[in-house]
Ligand binder design. Structure first.
Ligand SMILES: [Fe+2]
Length: 423
């Protein structure tokens, strides 16, 4: 007779319980309410927006077996120690922006226009194809992103293959153990398709619950040993209106703090968690756990040398060394600085043209997508979603992992370095 699942702490019973749990499907995304599916999704390839289908057809992305692809159960970690072991050691990283021309002559010289959308966050480059950039321009773009936090390119003809190649240039491309992707051949190309996520994982995004998923302030992948640097989201299909993304500069948020409070935070660390959950091998019945990782709260950007705040509401657990009440109070204040100060934020419309402008009908002309490239170290972001704006929205994301994150006590803040007033 098989031993009962209720263990009496006999080692063989525990082993049996662990094996039974390991045979179950992975738990998946922490907010998911539905059973995770795996492999090619047979029902959704036909539901891809037309412009995504056109992009994939042009660049030989085969969706005939289904779309998107979720790694099969045997490939997904089930225990938190397995997930923690992924990329748990230093990987060589070259900060491409560090030695780039500060004037960015190669990049700006080739562009038709360079438009700063606000004084210190967000720049749009006009008249340049990301796919055509040479290495010098890519280095200058890395520096521009490090300075401006997020850089936009509209009207881009960009294959997923080229997007992946660009990602490899800027760092180790993050391969998620279980997120949806185009196919197993393109593991680093994550599918960002809220309509799919809403239906398949039970995200529950609706008009009354519009603050679900990535509509909450967050930054991506902060549980990684080397956290995300340049993150490149290419939207190949956008609804006619809505779905704006907001980025907030954490250089700016740091500079909003008083000198005494900055001094208090400098050198402190916090614990950060993953979006996905796993089982604790030592105590599998206790409930799911996140991967957790410790990083400095105030970090120094290797390319600009500027200090930035590294916290976000969704994925920061606690400040190390403080009582839980103290940590909550301070973290909530820091989140409010990041989230409520509009002067350190940029809001971006993904549409090729700003909605409402009178313009001639372009008919069935192939849509050329929009790219946003942000440095995930120095930003929090948030999408304005509602039930309507997720329809017809689809993109691919490639994330280049950056440095392990360090605090240099001799580094300056952005405003100190630029000689700007602080009060
Ligand atoms: Fe995100």
């Amino acid at each position: 007779m098989a031993p009962s699942l209720i263990t009496n702490n006999e080692p063989s019973d525990i082993q049996y319980t662990v094996e039974k749990l390991a045979a179950l499907k992975p738990i998946g995304w922490s907010k998911s309410t539905k059973q995770q599916i795996s492999g090619y999704d047979p029902e959704w390839a036909d539901k891809l927006p037309e412009t995504t289908k056109e992009r994939y057809a042009k660049y030989d992305i085969d969706t005939s077996k289904g779309y998107p692809y979720i790694p099969t159960s045997d490939k997904i970690p089930k225990f938190v120690d397995e997930a923690h072991a992924i990329r748990n050691e230093e990987f060589p990283f070259i900060e491409r922006g560090k030695n780039a021309d500060p004037e960015k002559k190669a990049l700006f010289g080739a562009a038709k226009d360079v438009i700063n959308l606000t004084p210190y966050i967000g720049t749009e480059i006009v008249g340049l194809q990301l796919a055509d950039l040479d290495d010098k321009q890519k280095d200058e773009l890395a520096l521009l992103i490090a300075e401006r936090v997020v850089v936009f390119f509209k009207d881009q003809d960009l294959s997923p293959q080229k997007q992946l190649e660009l990602g490899h240039y800027w760092g180790q491309v993050e391969v998620h153990p279980q997120a949806a992707r185009i196919s197993p051949e393109y593991n680093g190309v994550t599918v960002i398709w809220q309509e799919y996520q809403n239906d398949r994982t039970g995200l529950g995004l609706s008009f009354q619950k519009s603050k679900r998923g990535n509509s909450q302030w967050h930054s991506d992948l902060v549980h990684e040993f080397q956290t995300a640097g340049i993150t490149h989201l290419h939207q190949d299909s956008t609804p006619d209106v809505g779905g704006e993304t907001i980025w907030s500069s954490t250089y700016g948020a740091y500079d909003k703090l008083s000198p005494s409070f900055k001094k208090f935070l400098d050198g402190k660390t916090a614990i950060y968690k993953s979006a996905h959950i796993y089982l604790d091998r030592e105590n599998p019945l206790r409930g799911p756990k996140h991967v957790e990782r410790e990083h400095p709260i105030v970090r120094t950007h290797p390319a600009t040398g500027w200090k930035y705040l590294f916290v976000n509401r969704s994925m920061t657990v606690r400040i190390v060394g403080l009582l839980p009440e103290e940590s909550d109070l301070i973290l909530n204040y820091l989140y409010s600085v990041i989230e409520e100060n509009r002067d350190i934020q940029v809001t971006f419309n993904w549409q090729k043209q700003i909605p409402g402008l009178k313009s001639k009908n372009e008919g069935k002309k192939t849509y050329r997508g929009t790219s946003a490239l942000w440095d995930n170290r120095i930003a929090n972001h948030n999408v304005i979603h509602t039930n309507e704006s997720i329809h017809g929205r689809h993109g691919t994301r490639v994330t280049s992992l950056a440095d392990t994150g360090y605090y240099d006590p001799n580094s300056k803040s952005q405003r100190e370095s630029l000689g700007l007033e602080l009060d």
